[in-house]
Design a protein around this ligand. Structure first.
Ligand code: NAP
Length: 307
């Protein structure tokens, strides 16, 4: 079994920041990531609100820079899927398909994933017309008509992005007012390719072999209407990736974990950082802050165990 002082699970901005700070603090750490670096941020086309990059930076580019920076300080990065996290005495055992890792502390930075709508037709067309990632799939909809479901930052920003390809983009929102930031709202309202379908929820996705329409319901009148579209992009919020610790800590209904301002969870040695945490603002800038705090608290925790 490998032995480490710290295992960081998840290679999004929170995990990388934790890794950077841990490496610089000379903590014997490994960051375990199952896919590409960057988490959800990496599939964001363009990030305009991360300080230090006037004009913005591509999400994947930022992720690759974080990876390069953390590695330059000697952070070990393992590409593996963590299958199980176990508490044994005052240690943790992290299981992957490779050799298990024993650790004194764990920073869980596994982030969040898109919330599904849970309507008929959604799973049938998942990956074949129903998508949760405009950056990944937008280009398939050149000169087509698409619907974006949701009214938050993600929905409205990605709807604007989709206008690069699509002929027309509907934003289907359940209220008469967007949740998205004012600046993003303004841009969407000024975009001629975007049409808002207010007070509407998706009842089902329709089509034989491919997506042909969405049936929407007006929440005020219950009236149904079929809107012809070629694709549906769902941005109705997120769910935390916290299954690994469901027996160790409590979560809220969407899987998010409460932590104090030191990122402590209540289980000694177990920290959370980034989008997985209950917090008022899920952004790259808050994720990296969490990661840095968690790593510095781990340093203190490890020192206290030596005493
Ligand atoms: P969000 O802010 O939670 O917005 C979710 C949207 O989906 C809301 O408009 C919500 O409607 C709607 N919704 C939720 N459940 C629904 C359902 N079952 N049916 C129909 N509509 C539903 O989620 P998000 O946009 O994914 O953003 C997540 C976090 O990332 C936020 O903190 C956001 O600020 C951040 N983010 C920031 C940026 C940026 O700053 N550039 C970009 C992307 C994401 P209601 O409004 O009625 O609740």
């Amino acid at each position: 079994m490998l032995e480490k002082e710290l295992v960081i699970i998840g290679g999004g901005p929170a995990g990388y920041a934790a890794g950077l700070y841990a490496a610089r603090a000379d903590i014997n750490a490994v960051l375990i990531e199952r896919g590409m670096p960057g988490g959800q941020a990496a599939s964001t086309e363009w990030i305009e609100n991360y300080p230090g990059f006037p004009g913005g930076i591509g999400g994947l580019d930022l992720a690759l820079k974080m990876d390069e920076q953390a590695r330059s300080f000697g952070l070990e990065i393992m590409n593996a899927d963590v299958e199980k996290l176990e508490r044994q005495g005052d240690e943790f055992i992290v299981y992957t398909a490779q050799e298990p890792v024993k650790a004194k502390a764990v920073i869980l930075a596994t982030g969040a994933k898109p919330q599904f709508l849970g309507v008929e037709g959604e799973s049938k067309f998942h990956g074949r017309g129903v998508s949760y990632c405009a950056t990944c799939d937008g280009a398939f909809f050149r000169d087509k008509t698409v619907a974006v479901v949701g009214g938050g930052d993600a929905a409205v920003e990605e709807a604007i992005f989709l206008t690069k390809f699509a002929r027309k983009v509907y934003i289907i929102h359940r209220r008469g007012e967007l949740r998205a930031t004012k600046l993003i709202q303004k841009r969407a309202m000024a975009n001629e390719k975007i049409e808002f379908l207010w007070f509407s929820v998706v009842d089902r996705v329709l089509g034989e072999d491919k997506v042909e329409a969405v049936r929407i319901k007006d929440v005020r009148t219950e009236a149904m209407q079929d809107v012809p579209v070629d694709g549906v992009f769902v941005y109705v919020g997120t769910r935390a990736n916290s299954d690994l610790v469901q027996d160790l800590v409590e979560t809220d209904a969407r899987g998010y974990i409460a932590a104090n301002d030191k990122m402590e969870t209540g289980v000694p040695g177990l920290y959370v950082a980034g989008d997985i945490r209950q917090k008022p603002l899920r952004q790259v800038v808050t994720a990296v802050a969490d990661g840095a705090v968690a790593a510095m608290e781990v340093e203190k925790y490890l020192a206290s165990r030596e005493e």
